[in-house]
Design a protein around this ligand. Structure first.
Ligand code: ADP
Ligand code: MG
Length: 696
């Protein structure tokens, strides 16, 4: 029977109960699935240490020796056993806290002791080592690199720990070694010097040596990245073949009138380049799917407007979708102002639009009297119908899921051009995977006259001097944001922090007006306070991260982030982007407690060191891994990454992407005999994703 058909229940060491657990915890159904549960580390079991060779507490060590003596200390649950173990030269303390009553140590007998030393009271000791009688171990056949597997808490409780996993997988090896069908054709394996699948799976679990393990890992990583790229790029090619894009070749009155008579400033070179790139897409006859990346404050709104004007010149409407009502309102305000005195019309649709307003809005839209519709999710509703929608602009992309974007496609006979704008710079590896089907434009230049924001990290002990500084800024006529983390909008304790902060500011700044906004407020109320701050009527805005995205108040020059340790890097960078929008020197003050973890300290240091969003995004990827990066949770990868890493396998990813592109250039539908295998594997992989969804 093929491994892909072998039910795990009948494997040695499994049985119905464990099979159930493996299904539930790891989504494993067959022997083959089990082979794709890869070890997370290996321990060299061919090496034996002398006690004096121990030099750190990170590595597992294996020592041959015997026990000198031992004693039980304490009583009942607190009981522990402390023993002295010697390799003949030196002595180390070995301790058990659990299962003391089952332990039967013998004197004068040689053991192999295996464990991780820890450093305590100026000496090493080993807690809960594995013990084997030396006489029972055949050192000749002993594994070199021993695989270790991640298991869940529930698995461990059922004794299905790493060791048990190892035993089960070891049991499959004889069948595997007979050979299984490869999932990459020989030609490709030869071209990229890849190990075959059977050998790769054997060596990933029980490596012959370090070199074989390396080859095995490389092959499995390549395959993973390759199929993701093949999937993404095939979809892109399909879309290109299937849909005609609206052709928008004209640059007409709307664009020219605005550009020459109403543009309040010179475009930056980056803005000009990006508009040209977008324009080329809109002219091409292919449907545009473009990602516009530009750091906060780089002027994406203006680019969006120019594109909308191009659409209008070709007889098409544009909709601009924003993730929050505040942002939609702000876009409305910005665009209405910019468009004053032009023939271009703009309307706003959000959750707060009344039924009556909505009716008027719908009919104007359908009659083609509205050129640009700005809104929130409300835009997606089926009742919103356009006369001739040609361009969809999604601002701050990461707040929208793929499905929501797709819904906008159906609002015209052909899918409209899509421009996705994001201020969260995305590292190249992520862009190639999560957004691998989008073309990318980058605004890498800020409008002139901006002074780089100064970022400072202080502990809360320095509050008095910070307050003095804030007072100075306010006296100069500046405004100040104070942001509190609100991880869950519903969490009471967070809201209490915010309210305390609000009261604190009012007490310590009696001459100032202080507003507060948070996501739990009614939109109307929230808007009132936001607007008051935007108009300069209040000097201090105490807020949650509702202000994170897009809000633009050029006179605000200080961003104070309270409990900054609770924010991720990209979020901190977003918050910082709320200041530095005017000509004044701006500041971002990160306030944390005194004691910080290593990771938190790193985050603060990076923030202080650089304003470059791309560097911050790369650092974020390194620190957190791609799964947690904003923007990836919703859009996700087409398949889960089990072995490759977007933080460290960038080069391999480039190679895999190129391999996939080469194949698709020749055969976009993977129809020829030699490419049929790819198509088959893709549908198998997709099948698996669907199955997993059902199980979890
Ligand atoms: P973001 O890319 O973060 O969305 P915005 O579009 O909100 O940035 O622009 C930030 C600020 O920069 C706005 O006040 C806008 O008017 C201004 N701005 C945009 N482009 C230019 C430019 N070329 N020259 C000067 N100021 C500009
Ligand atoms: Mg913006």
């Amino acid at each position: 029977m093929e491994l892909s058909e072998q039910n795990i229940t009948y494997l040695t060491g499994v049985g119905p109960k464990r099979a159930e657990m493996l299904k539930k915890e790891l989504h494993v159904n067959t022997a083959l699935d089990l082979l794709y549960i890869f070890p997370y580390k290996y321990i060299d079991r061919s090496r034996f240490y002398k006690l004096r060779e121990i030099e750190d507490s990170e590595t597992y060590v294996q020592i041959i020796g015997e026990f000198l003596d031992w004693q039980t200390i304490g009583i009942g649950k607190k009981q522990r056993l402390s023993a002295r173990f010697t390799d003949g030269n030196d002595i180390i303390e070995v301790v058990w806290f659990k299962g003391v009553q089952y332990l039967k140590l013998q004197k004068g007998v040689k053991y192999i002791l295996f464990g991780k030393p820890s450093y305590f009271n100026h000496q090493y000791n080993i807690v809960h080592p594995e013990l084997e009688l030396l006489s029972k171990v055949n050192l000749e056949t002993r594994q070199g690199l021993e695989p270790h597997y991640n298991t869940s808490g529930e698995m461990k409780a059922g004794w299905l720990n790493s060791k048990a996993m190892r035993k089960i997988i070891e049991g499959i090896m004889p069948d595997l070694k007979k050979g299984i069908p490869d999932t990459l054709p020989l030609s490709l394996r030869e071209q990229y010097h890849l190990m075959d699948l059977t050998q790769s799976l054997v060596n990933i679990h029980f490596p012959k040596d370090v070199a074989s393990l390396k080859k095995a890992r490389e092959r499995l990583k390549f395959e993973e990245l390759f199929y993701i790229q093949l999937q993404i790029l095939r979809q892109m090619k399909r879309r290109e073949l299937q849909y005609a894009g609206f052709r928008m070749p004209r640059v007409g009155k709307a664009f020219n009138d605005f550009y020459f008579n109403h543009l309040p400033f010179q475009l930056t070179n980056a803005q000009k380049r990006v508009v040209k790139e977008i324009q080329a897409d809109m002219r091409s006859g292919k449907q545009m799917n473009r990602l516009l990346q530009g750091d906060v404050g780089s002027g994406k709104t203006l680019v969006a407007l120019l594109c909308a004007l191009l659409a209008k010149d070709n007889g098409f409407q544009t909709c601009i979708m924003a993730p929050t009502e505040i942002l939609a309102n702000q876009h409305m305000e910005t665009l209405s102002q910019l468009l004053q005195g032009t023939q271009t019309t703009v309307a706003l649709l959000t959750g707060s639009t009344t039924k009556k307003q909505r009716e008027a809005l719908h009919s104007a839209l359908q009659a083609g009297q509205t050129d640009i519709l700005i809104g929130t999710h409300a835009l997606i509703e089926d009742s919103v119908q356009f006369c001739n929608l040609g361009l969809v602009i999604v601002d701050e992309q990461h707040r929208f899921g793929v499905a929501q974007r797709a819904k906008l496609w159906t609002k015209n006979v052909n899918p409209p051009h899509v421009l996705v704008m994001t201020a969260t710079p995305i590292p190249r590896t992520l862009a190639m995977t999560v957004y691998g089907d989008l073309s990318v434009s980058i605004i890498d230049e800020l409008p002139p006259g901006r002074k780089p924001i100064q970022t400072l990290h202080y502990t809360q002990l320095r509050r008095d001097s910070i307050n003095r500084f804030l007072r100075e800024q306010i006296q100069k006529g500046r405004q100040i944001y104070v942001v509190y983390p609100l991880i869950e909008e519903s969490k009471k304790s967070d809201l209490v922090d915010l309210e305390n902060g609000f009261n604190y500011m009012r007490e310590h700044f009696p001459d100032c007006r202080v507003s507060m906004v948070h996501g739990k407020m009614k939109p109307k109320e929230k808007d009132l306070h936001m607007q008051a701050f935007a108009r300069g009527e209040t000097q201090i805005l105490v807020a949650t991260t509702v202000i994170e995205v897009g809000v633009n108040v050029p006179n605000a020059s200080v961003m104070v982030v309270e409990n900054a340790e609770r924010f991720g890097l990209s979020q901190l960078h977003q918050l910082r982007g709320r200041v530095g929008r005017g000509a004044e020197q701006s500041y971002c003050i990160l306030l944390t407690r005194v004691e910080l973890s290593k990771d938190t300290r790193k985050r603060m240091d990076i923030m202080v060191a650089t304003n470059d969003g791309f560097r911050i995004a790369e650092a974020d990827l390194q620190l957190r891994g791609p799964g947690d990066l904003e923007g990836t949770q919703q859009s996700g990868l087409p398949f889960e990454l089990k072995i490759a890493s977007l933080s460290t396998d960038g080069q391999l990813l480039e190679v895999a992407r190129k391999a996939a592109l080469d194949i698709l250039e020749e055969d976009p539908n993977l129809e020829t005999e030699k490419n049929r295998m790819y198509a088959a594997q893709l549908s198998r992989l997709k099948q698996r994703v669907v199955d997993w969804g059902v199980i979890s």
